[in-house]
Design a protein around this ligand. Sequence first.
Ligand SMILES: [Zn+2]
Length: 396
Amino acid sequence: MARFNIASEQEIKSGGTTDVYFVRTKEVLQAKGLANMNVVMEATASELPDGWPWGLLCGVDEVIHLFEGLPVNVYSMSEGTIFRPRDVHGLRVPVSAVEGSYGDFCIFETPFLGLICQASGIATKSARVRKAAIDSFVISFGIRRVHPGISRMVDRSSYIGGLDGVSSLSGADAIGKKATGTMPHALIMLFGDQIKAWRAFDEVMPEDVMRIALVDTYYDEKTEAIMAAETLKEKLHGVRLDTPPSRRGDFIDLVREVRWELDTRGYSNVKIYVSGGLNEESIKRLYEVGARGFGVGTSISNAPTIDFALDIVEKEGRPESKRGKLSGRKQVWRCCECTTDIVLPFEMSEPRCSSCGASTEPMLKPIIRKGQIVETPSTVDQTRRYVLEQLKKFEL
Ligand SMILES: [Zn+2]
């Protein structure tokens, strides 16, 4: 009897997390001699949640392991690629394609979509938060809002999306970093005294742990921020305001006030961190009044999923698709200068950008060939740098 409701790697790899209708389809096809028909299937998202103009593809590194060892070819945009749901002409943009005998991989459609839909939603939201937070330090705080069984995926996706640190130990392990955090209200309350608690934290914690004092437990944020600065002096890296929504009133003014009072007393090096119910809109406003650190939880860990669908576009080498989808295998060409996307039939040669005339590059590249991994995946830091580089060219 499993103690926690999470699927094992073995269960995922053997198709145990699929929908039953794929298992039944496979049985019917096998019984009627059709399971070996060759198909090409493409993954597309017709639109993105909340009107997002672009998404960040994440989960491809796990997809590679899902298809490894199966007699299929898989083409995909790379992990961390920013994609638009439609190209410059309004055509749906495939982010990945699978080619092989349908019976060999149909039971993996469910986990394949599951691996990219949720991780891409989290990574996209993180990238949007990254853009809004400009040069601030942003920490992923949200694993308490999701099942612990997916904490590695949540924190890894948020780091790839451009956040600077993750709060969970398992997430930190997944990205090969140390976990990042501040202190909970419980620490202050067990001491029953903010100053004693901050001092104890400073005495006990190693030097490489940032001193970020929580300053809203008993008194006004402004009063406690000054107390923290006067207690820890130059060792204080920042103060954190985690004020609950019911007491926020004009939170923007509160941050402005704390900034002013710290600056007036010579503590302009002390950064203001904010956490609790943040998203890209509130972060933008808080940045403008001086917040330079953010702990972002639920809006990232429970970000809307991206509804990718996988559809047949080719059968036995001939174009074939259901109503509403375009038949034939495709390639996505992206302008190297202005990022315009152009979807074309796969065999067509490189087009020039229809917007600026510059050269374009193919975005769908082989990642699995006959079950073999084509090239070693990038490290998590390489992927994150790739994301940050692309983000310069994409607006919120
Ligand atoms: Zn262009």
